[in-house]
Design a protein around this ligand. Structure first.
Ligand SMILES: [Zn+2]
Length: 262
């Protein structure tokens, strides 16, 4: 899943294979790519920034469906390869292509803020421990908003995707629909940050610490199956119309509704 940790892993992989190499041919769906050397690939939350020596940045966001793939040297998209909006030929290192990329644009590197300036502190950035209190304040700033949505709003904190929000709230014992103002947001952010760093180090999105198939998550994707802690059937709500109202799973016993019974 294209969450902050997987984008960071992708950036590291692209830096290792293509960083410092020259583009010998390229095609960009809107034109305007001036070529040059790939200086560095950076992750900003769930956004990917590829910076070139000519002062241009290729900005992309994978959402659910996009991917960057490195093809063999000399590769070109054929008539059957659809939805390639850009490719960059790095000679012997292969051809990097954007497959089904929903967000793909060129920016002056000096104006990357146009793409990522709205983002809150990055949960996987080095300076995160210093920025966490500000992110916690932002998460709780709209006290009536559900915590699961406040955590996914990338303006508050960037890099958390639905998987880490759902699993983090389980580990924190917080009902995902709790109003953000009633949650210790700093504690939840500290916990999710630790879980994501561990995942990044292990190269895995397992939240249980178990890497075996079918055992990697506490509640995510486990509707009606027994909670791994207490055996209560896992609850689920589908995604709603709001941009951050994503599908959600939780354990009704381990993550109880905090409001007093009427
Ligand atoms: Zn449970």
């Amino acid at each position: 899943m294209a969450e902050g940790d997987s984008i960071r892993r992708l950036a590291a992989r692209l830096n290792a294979s293509l960083g410092g190499r020259d583009v010998v041919a390229a095609q960009f769906w809107r034109g305007g790519f001036e070529g040059g050397r790939l200086l560095t690939v950076a992750a900003a939350g769930k956004h990917l920034l590829m910076r070139f020596s000519g002062g241009q940045t290729v900005h992309s966001h994978l959402r659910m469906q996009g991917s960057w793939r490195i093809h063999r040297p000399g590769w070109r998209p054929g008539p059957a390869t659809d939805r390639i909006r850009a490719w960059f030929d790095f000679g012997p290192a292969g051809v990097l292509a954007a497959h089904a990329m929903p967000v793909l644009q060129l920016l002056p590197t000096a104006r990357e803020d146009l793409a990522v300036g709205h983002l809150g502190p990055d949960i996987l950035a080095e300076q995160w421990p210093r920025q966490r209190p500000a992110a916690a304040t932002a998460v709780a700033a709209d006290p009536g908003r559900r915590i699961r949505e406040a955590l996914l709003d990338q303006r508050n904190v960037c890099g958390i995707g639905n998987l880490w929000a759902v699993e983090g709230l389980f580990v924190a014992g917080v009902w995902p629909h709790t109003p953000a103002g009633a949650v210790d947001a700093d504690r939840v952010l500290e916990l999710i940050g630790r879980m994501m760093r561990l995942g990044l180090r292990n190269g895995s999105q397992s939240t249980t610490g178990d890497l075996r198939r079918g055992r990697t998550h506490w509640v995510y994707g486990r509707y009606r199956r027994p909670c791994r802690r207490c055996a209560t059937p896992v609850a689920f709500v589908p995604a709603g119309p709001g941009p951050y109202d994503r599908e959600t799973w939780w354990c009704p016993f381990c993550q109880p509704d905090p409001s007093p019974p009427v």
